[in-house]
Ligand binder design. Sequence first.
Ligand SMILES: Nc1ncnc2c1ncn2[C@@H]1O[C@H](COP(=O)(O)OP(=O)(O)OP(=O)(O)O)[C@@H](O)[C@H]1O
Ligand SMILES: [Mg+2]
Length: 175
Amino acid sequence: MSQSNSETARAGRIVAIYPGSFDPITNGHLDLIDRGARLVDRLIVAILQNRSKHPLFTVEERTEMLREVTAGFSNVEIDSFEGLLVDYAARHHANAILRGIRAISDYEHELQMALMNRRLRPETETIFLMASEDNSFISSRLVKEVISLNGNVSGLVPKTVEERLRQKLQLRKEG
Ligand SMILES: Nc1ncnc2c1ncn2[C@@H]1O[C@H](COP(=O)(O)OP(=O)(O)OP(=O)(O)O)[C@@H](O)[C@H]1O
Ligand SMILES: [Mg+2]
């Protein structure tokens, strides 16, 4: 076979997009990235730029944090996008979307999105991974809520993320 640059040209090669807000990345996201990266050839973690949401961290800050904590994975890249996920997937010749399921509450919403995405672009298959037991209760929203009330979030987010959260919220470290 020729050494073509066409990323998905080789049969059986899986290029997956893992889309999300990652505001900020949690250990739950990281676990999904770790397990997902073993399954696929190339994993693009893509930060969704949603103008209607009011994120705590800018896209640049979220990108930096994601880059720091995924530096050890050779087949993982960090990017961001606006607009339809399937259009972004098409631009990157991706044939899979990676998503996580924590609880029944995730399932409904995830199923609806997966079916819509399949309708919009059948070539892209959504792959779901179940959250690990230890991480199944972690969400970015809850982490932000707990730390803003001075609760302990160690073990829920990477250390560097915890520090940035404290800086952002100008909280002092207890103890
Ligand atoms: N702890 C976790 N374990 C497994 N999958 C997760 C976990 N947290 C998020 N995910 C999955 O990652 C994807 C992106 O999620 P998202 O960006 O909404 O993160 P989030 O933590 O739910 O943030 P927010 O609280 O802002 O909604 C979704 O498929 C979501 O189900
Ligand atoms: Mg969410």
